[in-house]
Write a protein that binds this ligand. Structure first.
Ligand code: ADP
Ligand code: MG
Length: 260
């Protein structure tokens, strides 16, 4: 369920002193970040600076890579998701993820792609599955395009449609937070614009944390921007502030295209 904004708890996600490693190589260094509910946060920075690793720590996906470890806290509505009592499976349900390359299950139908997670969680009622398929596809702005082709394979769709299908698949789990790792990097400009528009709509229902290497996209879509460099969070603030009057020289140099 979507939780109502809570004035006692102004942040949906708080990242505290987060470190992440691949073996002995540290990819994320002491990151602290507070994210408000119903906002879009863009994570920017040069290739290899730790953007993907950071967001993969936010739903405990990072530790699924052999040799990968994390230390610190990620607090979701007051719950430290790294607490020993917490089931990572539940966290992945509450915090969904969309990847760089659209990755629908290729042999599965459009319909089955969307409801795969629900079925895995034991939902069998056809009415519930139908309703979820429709509302998730509507939420991903794909319903009108596929409503007569629900039983065609997911792989029959265009790249942009496949990415919206992956968004629908994530929405079917009714996540509170959606992580998106460069969700438009494999798409053409028109398909990208559709996804950007969709992200803006999604934030009325959930909180979005989106990695992007496209600074114009960050400026268009996000409310807040986090700039990372060599594993560290250099600067975080309202997007217009980061782009118009950054406090750190490194941020200024990156956004003005002087490196990266
Ligand atoms: P970004 O998303 O900003 O490009 P990543 O989070 O993917 O950066 O990578 C951060 C650092 O971690 C880089 O130095 C990268 O080489 C390293 N890294 C990423 N994935 C792995 C992995 N599976 N094994 C070892 N090192 C990795
Ligand atoms: Mg990346």
């Amino acid at each position: 369920m979507i939780s109502a904004a809570n004035p006692q708890r102004p942040y949906k996600v708080s990242i505290r002193k987060l470190d992440a490693w691949f073996g002995t190589k540290q990819a994320v260094k002491n990151v602290n970040l507070d994210i408000k509910e119903n906002t879009v946060v863009a994570v920017i920075g040069p290739s290899g600076c730790g953007k993907t690793t950071l967001i993969r720590c936010v739903n405990r996906m990072h530790e699924m890579t052999p040799g990968a470890t994390a230390k610190g806290e990620v607090i979701l509505d007051g719950l430290d998701i790294y607490d020993k009592k917490v089931d990572p499976v539940v966290i992945k349900r509450r915090i969904g993820m969309v990847f760089q390359r659209p990755n629908p299950f290729p042999t599965m139908s459009i319909y089955d792609n969307v409801v795969a997670g629900l079925k895995l969680n034991g939902v069998k009622d056809k009415q519930i599955l139908d309703r979820s398929a429709r509302s998730s596809l509507e939420g991903a702005a794909l319903w009108e395009e596929v409503k007569n082709d629900l039983h065609k394979p997911g792989s029959s769709l265009s790249g942009g449609q496949q990415q919206r299908l992956c968004i629908a698949r994530a929405l079917a789990m009714q996540p509170e937070v959606l992580l998106m790792d460069e969700p438009t990097s494999a798409l053409d400009p028109i398909a990208s614009a559709k996804i950007e528009e969709l992200i803006t709509e999604l934030k009325s229902d959930l909180t979005v944390i989106m990695v992007t290497h496209n600074m114009q996209q960050a400026a268009r879509v996000s409310d807040f921007t986090a700039f990372m460099y060599l594993g560290e969070l250099i600067e975080f603030g309202p997007t217009d502030q980061i782009f118009e009057r950054p406090e750190k020289e490194l941020t200024e140099r990156y956004i003005s295209g002087k490196f990266g």
